[in-house]
Design a protein around this ligand. Structure first.
Ligand SMILES: Nc1ncnc2c1ncn2[C@@H]1O[C@H](COP(=O)(O)OP(=O)(O)O)[C@@H](O)[C@H]1O
Ligand SMILES: O=P(O)(O)OC[C@H]1O[C@H](OP(=O)(O)OP(=O)(O)O)[C@H](O)[C@@H]1O
Length: 211
């Protein structure tokens, strides 16, 4: 299935505030740690304006999980060559991409959130040096339980994903670490509090915290 990205409701407009220039938050963390769940919780919080980038993936939409745009491998590679993607990587036997639209969205003043890969992060940082990494973590036991509960992958694939759990260390001056051992709401609010701008033009962030 292919959906026209222009008609995709990626943007969640909540309260009407805009900052001068948008920031790029790059969520990452091991499979099953809860990234999608936290992002869905963030979407539901009605007190901010953020652009959530939809992912283009060669994984069938029928596999469940996040709402992504499914592309065939051929279409993905064609779009990649045409410069359609800001970020593109390969993992778990699939191709993943984030549209280059995020750059014009940020130019318009929107903060952007993408769901990325730890393995790809060094390249993403080269593409956009002001990127703000957000690393979601939980214990191995918690992640294993969550992968089993989600039930999207067979056991062998769950074991492969667990194997990648601790294979990355992210050392970055702007890193926002988010431990997701409590509720998704707690993790989402932790992110919002850490993402608050320190400067006085924090219109977006003050909107985020309006009750
Ligand atoms: N804080 C949490 N508490 C309980 N269950 C969670 C929490 N965060 C995520 N989950 C569950 O864990 C599973 C994996 O979460 P998901 O968001 O798909 O992870 P990821 O996107 O990182 O692979 C899902 O079944 C989800 O409902
Ligand atoms: O380099 P890593 O940090 O290990 O990440 C590899 C890939 O795994 C996750 O995707 P995907 O949505 O397929 O998996 P998940 O839903 O199980 O996290 C993540 O978003 C990356 O695309």
């Amino acid at each position: 299935m292919f959906m026209d990205p222009v008609s995709t409701p990626e943007r969640t407009k909540i309260s009407g505030g805009k900052s001068a220039s948008g920031r790029l938050f790059y969520f990452m963390g091991p499979s099953g740690v809860g990234k999608d769940t936290i992002l869905n919780t963030l979407r539901e919080i009605k007190n901010g304006e953020v652009f959530f980038a939809t992912r283009y993936i060669t994984r069938p939409v029928t596999d469940g999980g996040e709402t992504h745009i499914e592309l065939s491998k051929e279409t993905f590679q064609k779009k990649r060559q045409e410069g359609f993607f800001a970020f593109a990587w390969q993992s778990h036997g699939f191709f993943y991409g984030i549209s280059a639209r995020i750059f014009s969205i940020m130019d318009e003043g929107w903060d952007v959130i993408v769901n990325g890969s730890r393995g790809y992060f060094p390249k993403a940082e080269k593409v956009f040096p002001d990127i703000i990494p957000v690393l979601v973590t939980a214990s191995e036991a918690t992640v294993l339980q969550r992968l089993k509960t989600r039930g999207r992958e067979p056991e062998a694939e769950i074991n492969r994903r667990l194997h990648r759990l601790k294979n990355f260390s992210i050392d970055h001056k702007s890193l926002i670490p988010i431990e997701n051992e409590s509720t998704p709401e707690a993790a989402a609010n932790l992110f919002l509090s850490k993402a608050q701008r320190k400067t006085s033009d924090a219109r977006l962030d003050s909107c985020m915290f309006e009750k």
